[in-house]
Design a protein around this ligand. Structure first.
Ligand SMILES: Cc1ncc(COP(=O)(O)O)c(C=O)c1O
Length: 397
């Protein structure tokens, strides 16, 4: 029996795999300084928990409308109006089991063999794999650390072909933490409109933004862009609700209807209880988010300063999200006990074995010069982990 060829096109999520390795080491009683997590270490907000408990007690435990309950769609519509100044109707919203599921529905609804989808690199690991699962071709647009990992417009123009159907933007970006300013988004929007491209705007980290930086949705930068943009968002990061699995898309009705049809024949509705929890979170005010972002801001400062004190590591200050993305090219090629550590993957394995520091190598994000350190854990873990990291690096020949 042969497996379907699509299974050989993709690899399992390396970030989830590494997190699982760390969890099993911890279960064996080992102390690991874990910088792999793609989730905040904060508890979910009380508003979400209470709404979920009330839902269970009231027996709200049955199938719901496939694309989400009206109450949640209305909370999402209100959020998009409040934060982005964008007006959507219920038929333009689909709620799914996390933003990853939203993006997968979107890939199936939009792409097929022959389509090209532009992904700026470094990128979140699931974009290319989902495009491959939809039989389409990911086309990578390399960005550079020197230009804050934002798109070079001439380079973007250069890779658009008549097969290009969409471009994926992720601002703030996982893994780089970089963000697009309004001017760059206007330039990208002008190109998208000129070439009739769709923009998939993954805004899942929109609230994790620091210093003077500000999040803009590309849907807002030109009156015609709402018709060319599918906004993807969810409650996982903003409300520290990764396990509840609620994500959503907002965009042109024809596309959202197709996504809803796909969902109706695959997963049906996202969990009824989690939908109620998401309503609680979205309508619960900004106190929770403000507190979390303040804390994350301190951890960002600590990790970036700490990493930059280690010889051989250079770490730019990320504008948003919760990842530090240090450049380790000066360490690649160094030796440990006679063995050359050539790549970020070699370094990540060395750090895990010798320092019990777990981070994600750059390769699955499309770079061979960087590592990704999530700074969602407590300051004490950051400080102690970096101390062990520095000691291990000092042992390299
Ligand atoms: C850029 C980006 N998009 C989407 C997701 C998916 O989030 P979820 O499926 O938990 O809503 C993640 C999670 O790590 C992410 O980093």
């Amino acid at each position: 029996m042969n497996l379907a060829s699509r299974t050989t096109r993709i690899t399992p999520s390396p970030t989830l795999q590494l997190s699982a390795t760390v969890k099993s080491l911890v279960a064996q009683g080992q102390r690991v300084f874990d910088f792999t997590a793609g989730e905040p270490s904060f508890d979910s907000p009380d508003e979400a928990k209470h709404a979920a408990i009330t839902a269970i007690q009231a027996g709200f435990t049955k199938y719901t409308a496939v694309t989400g309950i009206d109450e949640l769609k209305d909370a999402i519509i209100e959020k998009l109006q409040r934060d982005q100044g964008l007006t959507y109707s219920r038929s333009q919203i689909v709620v799914s089991c996390g933003a990853k599921h939203t993006l997968f529905n979107l890939a199936l609804a939009l792409f097929e063999a022959g389509d090209e989808v532009i992904i700026p690199a470094p990128y979140w690991v699931s974009y290319p794999e989902q495009i491959l699962l939809a039989d389409a071709t990911p086309v990578f647009l390399q960005t550079s650390e020197a230009k804050n990992f934002t798109i070079d417009l001439a380079a973007l123009k250069g890779i658009i072909t008549e097969r290009t159907k969409a471009i994926i933007l992720n601002s703030p970006c996982n893994p780089t933490g970089s963000m697009y300013n309004r001017e760059t988004l206007e330039d990208i929007a002008a190109l998208a409109l000129q070439h009739n491209l769709l923009v998939i705007s993954d805004e899942i980290y929109e609230r994790m933004v620091y210093d003077e930086h500000r999040h803009y949705s590309i849907a807002t930068v030109h009156p015609d862009m709402m018709d060319h943009t599918i906004i993807v968002n969810g409650v996982s990061k903003t409300y520290s609700m990764t396990g509840w699995r609620i994500g959503y898309a907002a965009g042109p009705e024809r596309i959202l209807k197709a996504m809803g049809n796909i969902q109706s024949q695959s997963t049906s509705n996202p969990t009824s209880i989690a939908q109620k929890a998401a309503v609680g979170a979205l309508n619960g005010g900004t106190q929770f988010i403000n507190h979390m972002v303040k804390e994350l801001g301190m951890r960002r400062q600590a990790i970036v300063e700490g990493l930059n004190q280690i010889s051989g590591i250079h770490c730019p200050m990320p504008a948003g999200a919760f990842y530090a993305f240090p450049n380790v090219s000066d360490l690649c090629g160094r030796r440990f006990e006679g063995k050359v550590l050539s790549t970020p993957l070699d370094l990540a394995n060395f750090f895990l074995n010798e320092a019990k520091v777990a981070c994600i190598p750059g390769e699955p994000f499309g770079t061979d010069s960087h590592l990704r350190f999530s700074y969602t854990g407590p300051l004490s873990v950051i400080e102690e982990g970096l101390h062990h990291l520095a000691q291990a690096i000092a042992r390299l020949e």
